[in-house]
Design a protein around this ligand. Structure first.
Ligand code: GDP
Ligand code: GDP
Length: 442
């Protein structure tokens, strides 16, 4: 399992600096998508072969009056969902009242808390830490987040508390199993949709559901409508619909961490939103993370039956506007309750999976590259012009086109986008991100 580590600490102690250092392998989700809230940040990182997720809980004890409740609800929720807590303090500023307040809350937690004494660069570590033993936490680490000092040793200790990740085991033993996660805020209709899918005549649900953390994995096979071979699926159900059965009274709290873990465990993400609300900030967060993770993505705007017809065009425009940064994301307008559009949605999930796992030899891909550069060659950049020679597929989910050539680093971004769009078109990639990797021979 991939442990989730929450970063807490007063403003200015170095949380963002540490966050950036810990998530270098894949940066924060929200990276370049405009309009996303930045109250909490999630990122993935690795120490050697051991992956983890870091959550920066934002500042605590920010306001003067906040001193009696130093942890915001947000921070508390993140801490509650995390497997371990990294409590950051400032070794130069010394111990503060807010630090003591936070420590007393953290000591009550039934989970490991690690105290990172930051900014110890140029200080004698033992002297810098001396103050902080008073916090009553036993695992202290002197670090300098800005320089990386001590970070590795600390993370090593943090991760030792968790078992090494086991290789993913498919509930259905087939490499072509389609792993789908159905995500969305509470009450948008996820369980209605899942029950609708699993209740279909052409679906056989197997009885050996597995669990990953808080989600349940439901294996099933489904006969495609066109009469082709049945396909194996695993449905990753974060809402716990199967466990709870039909009873669905308590509206669960939306857990971002749970959702992100489901994204990691899935190949295709179906994001369900309520037609009345459209795509919310939280949905955009999830979309950003899903695309960063390279997963295929389908958006289902549910409860379409609830809308007056003159409102529908407006909703469609709004949805399009919010998704302008990823025009390839397909939107389906459905009614899970009545079953309208669900079949098409599912057919598209299959297409998105096929796109994500496309196979093509280097010769065919290189011919495409020649066509693409032939009709519109790379522009000159100063004295240089990139030369693109050949291409091969370097990976799936997301499909990754590796292009070999010379001076590829001089290719302008606009041309890279052109390449990406043309490859998307020619490879008929639908509903999945696509990546380009440029290699230079000189
Ligand atoms: P946050 O508010 O907790 O996220 O803190 P930041 O990461 O924004 O850091 C606050 C300030 O502390 C910035 O000016 C950083 O450059 C500085 N800082 C962070 N880590 C270190 C460190 O290891 N040593 C020193 N000397 N300064 C640091
Ligand atoms: P979840 O929390 O996302 O799993 O949402 P549920 O599936 O429990 O649905 C929440 C509520 O929305 C229930 O009362 C459903 O009957 C209702 N609902 C779900 N899908 C639709 C739909 O397509 N149209 C309408 N009108 N209501 C729906």
């Amino acid at each position: 399992m991939k442990p989730v580590i929450a970063l807490v600490g007063r403003p200015n102690v170095g949380k963002s600096t540490l966050f950036n250092r810990l998530t270098r392998t894949r940066n924060a989700i929200v990276a370049d998508f405009p309009g996303l809230t930045r109250d909490r940040q999630y990122g993935d990182g690795k120490l050697g072969e051991r992956p983890y997720t870091v959550v920066d809980t934002g500042g605590i004890g920010e306001s003067e009056e906040g001193i009696d409740r130093p942890m915001t609800d947000q921070a508390l929720q993140a801490v509650g969902e995390a497997d371990a807590v990294l409590f950051l303090v400032d070794g130069r500023a010394g111990l503060t009242a807010a630090d003591q307040q936070v420590a007393s809350e953290l000591r009550k937690l039934p989970k490991p808390v690690f105290l990172a004494v930051n900014k110890t660069d140029g200080l004698e570590p033992e002297t810098a830490m001396a103050d902080f033993y008073a916090l009553g936490l036993s695992d202290l680490f002197p670090i300098a987040a800005a320089h990386g000092r001590g970070v590795r040793a600390m993370m090593d200790a943090v991760l030792t508390a968790f078992p090494e990740a086991e290789p993913e085991e498919d509930a259905v033993d087939n490499p072509d199993t389609v792993r789908v996660a159905v995500l969305g805020r509470p009450n948008v209709g996820k369980s209605t949709l899942i029950n609708r899918i699993l209740g279909e005549e052409r679906v056989i649900v197997y009885d050996h559901a597995g669990t990953t953390r808080d989600s349940i994995e439901v294996p099933f096979t489904r006969q495609p409508r066109d009469g082709g071979e049945p396909r194996d699926y695993v449905l990753i159900d974060t809402a716990g619909i199967r466990r709870r059965g039909k009873v669905h009274e308590t509206v669960e709290k939306f857990s971002v961490i749970k959702a992100l873990q489901a994204v990691d465990a899935a190949q295709v993400v179906v994001l369900v939103v309520d037609a009345q609300d459209g795509i919310t900030e939280q949905d955009l967060h999830l979309i950003g993370y899903t695309i960063e993770a390279g997963r295929a993505l389908v958006v289902a705007v549910n409860k379409w039956d609830n809308l007056e017809s003159d409102h529908k065009d407006w909703v469609k425009r709004e949805v399009g506007r919010r998704l302008h940064f990823a025009p390839w994301v397909k939107v389906h307008y459905i009614s899970a309750l009545h079953g309208t559009g669900v079949g098409d949605l599912f057919a598209f999930v299959e297409r998105a999976w096929d796109s994500a796992f496309i196979k093509l030899g280097s010769n065919a891909l290189t011919r495409m590259l020649e066509d693409i550069t032939g009709s519109h060659p790379p522009p000159r950049n100063g004295r240089f012009r990139a030369k693109l020679r050949y291409a091969h597929l370097g990976g799936s989910n997301p499909p990754t086109v590796v292009i070999h050539g010379n001076r590829t680093e001089s290719l302008p971004n606009s041309y890279q986008r052109y390449l990406e769009n043309r490859f998307r078109e020619l490879l008929k990639i639908e509903g999945s991100p696509i990546r380009l990797e440029l290699k230079s021979g000189d």
